[in-house]
Design a protein around this ligand. Structure first.
Ligand code: HAM
Length: 434
């Protein structure tokens, strides 16, 4: 009896070769984009101690209450969690390695995150984020730069139709005053609250504003708005930010209901949303978190950042026509006949030493079947080593694609010793007669 097939974990996807080429191209773009803003990459573990997220994100949040993959280490009993987001781990690492000792830091990361949500288009249990964190910076110019950074990435990727929503949720004293009024407001309408909202009413009433329950939208709509509670410094911070964004030509819509899903935020919060991804409309979210570093045991330092959902972003990239990615080799190397495989292996290495991408045919077969594979590979050139060629110390170079300098189908004999130079010239579009 055949063994039963095993399937992957629901909501966790395989990236198959066709898709991974697109991801690689995207990762290259992201790395140079981050560099152009002076960000360095940080790579933190996928598993962190559970208290990091409970303390960092807040115990009364959707993520911590119901979405974390948490488990006890069977060997030492430690409570561990697959990271549901990147900010807490980055801050933990920054404190642990004292990275702010000689001034602020701009860090970025890319990697898988885990949330036990109900899978659907754009919502997975393992998904990926690109995140940026500007640590040790308190001024609104950094909020503005971080937002400009997001905008530039959408432009670099050719994505349109993203709307930027911003809000300020003020500082702790402002939130405390708002909180009391919010509790009063919801208590007045207690009969309209669902179970979750009732539970959160005194623990974390701000989270009720996050609720998607249609029956509660009206009382949420009528709730007091945090932005109306802002005083001097946080109001000024927000006004300066809006001034900078206007100067940068970045359109931002004020959304006074935007509160974000974690407790670490203060002052600026923002999200880019789109109507092109079905129900999962948020592509990127972030904001300022001036108290988190101290809350996790570090010396007080302000910070600001955001994270992009890579799957959602790449969905938009595809809709906009893709990145022109592809993993077609430069050369498909064909060989057949006595002694030709050793020459093929050797020649392939010589080409690669010159930076040429070579797909060497392996597994034998007729010239005809090998040419078929060469065509399917998308290679620009085929390099053919048959017995005749080998005896003469030569190879045949054949142009595979029509339309490239009108050369499709054309072929020339070249010296095997000279293959790296000849192939290099051919790839630059120069023929041997040039
Ligand atoms: P977040 O809004 O929870 O923020 O996640 C950021 C982005 O990750 C979302 O806008 C969305 O595109 C994507 N995302 C979240 N959950 C899923 C999912 N289940 N499947 C697919 N994509 C998803 C944070 O994580 C903060 N750490 C952002 C931040 C960085 N704030 C300051 N610095």
């Amino acid at each position: 009896m055949a063994a039963q097939k095993l399937a992957g974990v629901k909501g966790m996807n395989d990236l198959l070769p066709q898709t991974s080429a697109r991801w690689q191209r995207f990762e290259e773009i992201v790395a140079s984009w981050a560099r152009s803003y002076g960000y360095s990459q940080i790579r933190t573990p996928i598993v962190e101690p559970t208290p990091l997220f409970a303390r960092g994100l807040g115990t009364v949040t959707d993520i911590v209450e119901k979405e974390m993959y948490s488990f006890r280490d069977a060997l030492n009993g430690e409570e561990l969690t697959l990271r549901p987001e990147g900010t807490a781990g980055v801050v933990r690492a920054v404190i642990e390695h004292n990275l702010l000792y000689d001034g602020p830091r701009r860090l970025w990361y890319l990697g898988p995150m885990f949330r036990h949500e109900r899978p659907q288009r754009g919502r997975y249990r393992q998904f990926h984020q690109v995140g940026v964190e500007a640590l040790g910076y308190g001024g609104p110019e950094v909020d503005a730069e971080v937002i400009a950074m997001g905008q530039r990435l959408w432009d670099d990727l050719g994505i349109e139709g993203l709307q930027l929503q911003i809000n300020s949720i003020g500082d702790a004293p402002e939130r405390a005053r708002h909180r009391q009024d919010l509790i009063d407001h919801f208590e007045k309408h207690a009969e309209l609250l669902d179970e979750e909202a009732k539970r959160r009413l005194h623990a974390n009433p701000l989270r009720i504003l996050d609720s998607k329950n249609p029956a509660m939208q009206e009382i949420i709509e009528q709730a007091p708005r945090l932005i109306d509670y802002l005083e001097g410094p946080s109001r000024e911070h927000f006004e300066q930010l809006r001034g900078y964004l206007a100067r940068l030509g970045i359109e931002a819509t004020l959304n006074p209901r935007l509160v974000r899903g974690m407790d670490y935020y203060n002052r600026t919060v923002f999200e880019w949303v789109t109507d092109r991804l079905g129900a999962q409309a948020t592509v990127c979210g972030g904001g300022r978190y001036d108290a988190l570093i101290e809350m996790l045991g570090g010396k007080p330092a302000p910070a600001c950042g955001f994270a992009i959902g890579v799957e959602r972003l790449l969905d938009l990239v595809e809709q906009a026509g893709g990145l022109g990615e592809g993993d077609a080799p430069d050369v498909y190397l064909i060989s057949s006949g006595d002694g030709t495989m050793a020459a093929a292996l050797h020649t392939a290495e010589a080409l690669r030493a010159r930076g040429i991408e070579v797909l060497m045919h392996a597994g034998g077969g007729s010239f005809k079947s090998q040419f078929k594979r060469a065509g399917a590979s998308g290679a620009h050139l085929a390099l053919v080593i048959g017995e005749d060629e080998l005896k003469a110390g030569e190879a045949t170079l054949k142009w595979l694609r029509e339309g490239e300098a009108g050369q499709g189908g054309r072929q020339v004999r070249i010296r095997l010793d000279d293959a790296p130079e000849a192939v290099g010239r051919a790839l630059l579009g120069q023929t041997d007669e040039d």
